[in-house]
Design a protein around this ligand. Structure first.
Ligand SMILES: *[C@@H]1O[C@H](CO)[C@@H](O)[C@H](O)[C@H]1NC(C)=O
Ligand SMILES: *[C@@H]1O[C@H](CO)[C@@H](O)[C@H](O)[C@H]1NC(C)=O
Ligand SMILES: *[C@@H]1O[C@H](CO)[C@@H](O)[C@H](O)[C@H]1NC(C)=O
Ligand SMILES: *[C@@H]1O[C@H](CO)[C@@H](O)[C@H](O)[C@H]1NC(C)=O
Ligand SMILES: *[C@@H]1O[C@H](CO)[C@@H](O)[C@H](O)[C@H]1NC(C)=O
Ligand SMILES: *[C@@H]1O[C@H](CO)[C@@H](O)[C@H](O)[C@H]1NC(C)=O
Ligand SMILES: *[C@@H]1O[C@H](CO)[C@@H](O)[C@H](O)[C@H]1NC(C)=O
Ligand SMILES: *[C@@H]1O[C@H](CO)[C@@H](O)[C@H](O)[C@H]1NC(C)=O
Ligand SMILES: *[C@@H]1O[C@H](CO)[C@@H](O)[C@H](O)[C@H]1NC(C)=O
Ligand SMILES: CC(=O)N[C@H]1CO[C@H](CO)[C@@H](O)[C@@H]1O
Length: 353
């Protein structure tokens, strides 16, 4: 039965081949159909197979690997341990960053250094406020990436705005963005990847929690001398060290300007900053305020401070001034105790008439 069928198909084949190729070899018709086909065209199958292998390898290398590389870059964690903003000048700063990049370490790859930008993630427009050069890194599980660069402030408005946010906000999101190339070890090709990390960092939160201690009033200071001295404890919840310089603030009690306060050579470090402050206060206004019904009971007055000058080596640092003047910082001052300690007078409330 099967034999017969085979013979029939062989006959058909023979007929066809006779039509198409009158000089077909006599042996061909005897071969079994499928196997014969394979034997005759093995080279074609091999070619197809090679093509598929090459295609798959190419796809893996040129589509898969870049995708994996990008995925690995996306998965890598950038953490910042410290930032120093020093050598502060009107148009430039030295920026030092200690950071770590953590990966799962599953891929060995060299990542080229690149020029990136930093911008405020949550400010529409996302205008870069700094250009920054990242060094080359590898895919190691845990790497230190320490940067120290002299940076020219290219966009003053954007940099000033960053400083305003940094001074005012409890937290802020800063994105580091750049395009670079990855070379997985074992491959000779480099693939373009995007490096984009948003860091949720702590800002200065308007120095919330600042205290003033050891205040001393000098009723009749020499000309040009301050009439108030104290020690302020300024908290810095961020990991930034800022070389601010001589910072002067205008002080207000409610809406009344009561004079200026200066913090000389302010170098703000992370954590607690105990710094001397001097002030020239309008003593009559302060006395009136502390004796008013509003404040006489406790003697504690929430004094508002607004930056009015930031000068370093004779030059105004506008970006810090913007940061310190865009909002009022409120500092509760125990004026009652200060008066008592300095002058021996106890503040009493006005007699209600
Ligand atoms: C980085 O770490 C070194 C060594 O601990 C330290 O001296 C330096 O101040 C740090 N820099 C920053 C920006 O945190
Ligand atoms: C890099 O920063 C780390 C802290 O993140 C510090 O321990 C290390 O000493 C720094 N290295 C250099 C060369 O500053
Ligand atoms: C960053 O560098 C580019 C090219 O040099 C420049 O056009 C841009 O203004 C710079 N941006 C900042 C914020 O410095
Ligand atoms: C950060 O502070 C700025 C300036 O005070 C403010 O306009 C902005 O809304 C704040 N952003 C966030 C995300 O809190
Ligand atoms: C920053 O980003 C985080 C998570 O992406 C978000 O929860 C937060 O509201 C953003 N804004 C601030 C000011 O932290
Ligand atoms: C300021 O700090 C006090 C505690 O010291 C806290 O109760 C208050 O919520 C803080 N305000 C802001 C705006 O973070
Ligand atoms: C700071 O306080 C003063 C006095 O109350 C007020 O005139 C000024 O508008 C305040 N500034 C801001 C930015 O709130
Ligand atoms: C406060 O400081 C400003 C700017 O530094 C200055 O113009 C002003 O005269 C000072 N006021 C007082 C009362 O010292
Ligand atoms: C701050 O002011 C004092 C007195 O005017 C000056 O001697 C000092 O050099 C100033 N500091 C800075 C960092 O400019
Ligand atoms: C992160 C950090 O150091 N925060 C500190 C900022 O300053 C206040 C006051 O000194 C400290 O309580 C915080 O721990």
């Amino acid at each position: 039965m099967s034999n017969k069928e085979e013979n029939e198909s062989a006959e058909v084949y023979q007929t066809e081949s006779r039509v198409d190729q009158p000089v077909a070899p006599a042996a061909a018709p005897k071969k079994r159909g499928c196997l014969g086909h394979l034997k005759r065209f093995w080279w074609a199958y091999l070619l197809v197979l090679i093509c598929i292998v090459v295609l798959v390898v190419c796809l893996v290398i040129f589509v898969g690997v870049p995708k994996i590389a990008q995925q690995k870059v996306n998965d890598a964690k950038l953490e910042i341990q410290g930032v120093n903003v020093i050598n502060t000048k009107p148009d430039s700063i030295t920026l030092q960053i200690n950071s770590t990049i953590t990966t799962d370490g599953s891929i060995k790859a060299n990542i080229d250094g690149f020029d990136g930008v930093m911008y405020l993630e949550d400010l529409p427009g996302q205008t870069p406020f700094l250009n920054i050069s990242f060094p080359k890194t590898n895919g190691d599980k845990h790497q230190l990436v320490n940067i120290s660069q002299d940076i020219t402030i290219g966009d003053h408005d954007a940099f000033n705005t960053f400083n305003i946010w940094f001074a005012a906000n409890e937290t802020l999101n800063v994105t580091v963005y750049g395009r670079t190339k990855v070379k997985p070890s074992g491959l000779s090709t480099k693939f373009g990847v995007t490096f984009k990390k948003t860091i949720n960092m702590k800002g200065l939160n308007l120095f919330n929690g600042t205290t003033v201690d050891g205040g001393k009033i000098n009723i009749s200071p020499k000309k040009g001398q301050p009439n108030f001295k104290a020690t302020a404890d300024i908290p810095n919840a961020s990991y930034f060290t800022l070389d601010i310089g001589n910072a002067t603030f205008t002080n207000f009690i409610d809406n009344t300007n009561i004079g200026n306060l200066t913090i000389p050579n302010l170098l703000l470090v992370p954590g607690s900053n105990k710094v001397p402050i001097t002030a020239n206060l309008d003593q009559i206004s302060v006395l009136q305020a502390v004796q008013s019904a509003k404040y006489c009971k406790t003697g504690i007055i929430p004094v508002k401070l607004r930056g009015s000058a930031v000068v370093k080596d004779g030059q105004t640092l506008q970006y810090f001034l913007d940061g310190l003047s865009a909002n009022n910082e409120t500092v509760p001052m125990d004026i009652g105790s200060i008066i008592k300690n300095s002058l021996g007078t106890t503040i009493s409330c006005p007699k209600s008439s």
